[in-house]
Design a protein around this ligand. Structure first.
Ligand code: EPU
Length: 420
């Protein structure tokens, strides 16, 4: 496919209503979890994104039958698959492919997964995942760029994670569901995606307790069964539209969202002078003429999400005053800064901190997305920059935002996708 870019003419105030799609990161782990049963699982409200397509390819490669029906529903039949290898060609496209490792060990007692490389936001090792599998009795070897793991019987154990890694918590939880005895994951991730995966597993017949706390206990069962499950709304997609409203001084109603999952962002936006009104599955955001500078520090859930850091930085670029943004989750998640500076932002980086002196105006420039959320930050900057911003490498955005330019256009933005 020819490379595409976005052309954004800044200056329009966003107004209207936008509906949020299903959560990418929740869909990915739940898709992997369907391998734990021989029965068909139906997943509803699955966002049609590149990352979801890649996960579809990964599990098809394993021999699983996957079919899209009624637009956003996935039917997954893992009755009879016997391939245990996720090859480099797919894993290099999406690190989240590693999430099939736990289910493969539980179902086939074997897994061979290409070692994911580093990526734009950091080295992103998978050592916690592997230590977890070893604790459950697997023999793990890393050779020629592949992780190979084998086990006769998975046995529950106590696992302490050095950092509350989302992926490691999910992968270990999935393997532990079909292990003998009890597994305890200490310093587990508390993210909503982990909680959702736990609910999904429990609906399949698993015994997972302590979801949403830092101690998750899983009592292994012999067998899991198929379920029909609806994916939760994407909190990061919702948060990105909240900032789009705030940065343009707009007035946007965000529908199909869970406000409880956005607390850290809501608090910071309110501190910055943005008006937020909440109802059960609605958030109304009204931006001031110009937001006030506020400081943020990314932390594991329920702290401020690293996946919202770049977008919040775009907002800070045009705030009144100086903000400090500290990134503690990923060591390199500042790749958007160079391009924000090209658009007139005043940002200095000191280690893991960015010091942003708000400017009155950003100005359009040709810029390039270097990862998903960094790309989103550049779209937001483009919405308020004077002139026409050309954003290339937008395939990064297609990994995480369904119909981004259609949704923004419906809110009044001047944005279009063209071939490069
Ligand atoms: N880490 C290790 N060793 C491990 C695992 C993680 O050192 O074995 C480190 C990572 O390098 C990182 C930190 O721990 O510094 C946290 O990583 P975590 O494992 O929590 O992240 P992840 O599971 O790889 C998921 C999301 C990311 C999101 C992070 C943090 C998926 C598929 N991805 O990644 O989503 O940023 O959690 O919340 O669920 C995105 O959607 O844009 C995205 C990057």
């Amino acid at each position: 496919m020819d490379p595409e870019k976005l052309i954004i003419s800044g200056g329009n105030r966003l107004q209207g209503t936008v509906k949020i799609n299903g959560a990418k990161n929740s869909a990915l782990s739940i898709m992997a979890a369907t391998l734990l049963t021989k029965d068909v699982c139906i997943l509803r409200n699955v966002p049609r994104l590149t990352d979801v397509d890649i996960m579809t390819k990964v599990i098809r490669k394993l021999g699983v039958k996957v079919e899209w029906k009624e637009d956003n529903n996935l039917y997954i039949d893992s009755d009879n698959f016997n391939n245990y290898e996720a090859p480099y060609e797919l894993v290099k496209m999406m690190r989240g492919s590693i999430l099939v490792m736990g289910p493969l060990l539980a179902r086939l007692k074997r897994a061979k997964i290409s070692l994911p490389g580093g990526c734009a936001i950091g080295a992103r090792p998978v050592d916690y995942h592997l230590k977890g599998f070893e604790a459950l009795g697997a023999q793990v070897e890393v050779e020629k760029g592949y992780i190979e793991a084998k086990v006769n019987i998975l046995k529950g154990d106590e696992i302490y994670l050095d950092f509350p890694s989302l992926g490691a918590t999910e992968n270990i939880m999935m393997a532990a569901c079909l292990a003998e005895g009890v597994t305890k994951i200490e310093n587990a991730a508390k993210d909503p995606e982990v909680v959702e995966l736990g609910h999904f597993l429990n609906k399949m017949g698993a015994k997972v307790e302590g979801l949403g706390t830092d101690l998750i206990e899983i009592e292994g069962v012999k067998k899991l069964h198929g379920v029909d499950y609806t994916i939760i709304p994407d909190r990061i997609e919702a948060g990105t539209y909240m900032i789009a409203a705030a940065i343009t001084g707009g007035d946007v109603l965000i529908e199909k969202v869970d406000p409880l999952l956005l607390k850290p962002l809501i608090v910071k936006l309110e501190e910055a002078g943005v008006r937020i009104e909440l109802e059960k599955s609605l958030i109304k955001v009204t931006g001031p003429h110009r937001v006030k500078a506020v400081d943020i520090k990314t932390l594991p859930f329920p702290g401020f999400p690293t996946d919202m850091q770049p977008q919040f930085m775009a907002l800070s670029c045009v705030a009144k005053g100086t903000s400090v943004i500290i990134e503690t989750v990923f060591e390199k998640r500042f790749t958007h800064i160079g391009d924000l500076i090209r658009m007139g932002a005043d940002i200095k980086v000191e280690g893991h901190s960015a010091i942003i002196k708000g400017v009155k105006k950003l100005s359009a420039a040709p810029v390039m997305a270097s990862d998903l959320r960094g790309g989103a930050a550049l779209v937001l900057a483009g919405l308020v920059a004077e002139g026409t911003t050309e954003l290339s490498r937008i395939y990064h955005l297609d990994r995480g935002y369904v119909n981004l330019e259609e949704k923004l256009t419906s809110l009044g933005a001047d944005i279009k996708r063209v071939k490069e």
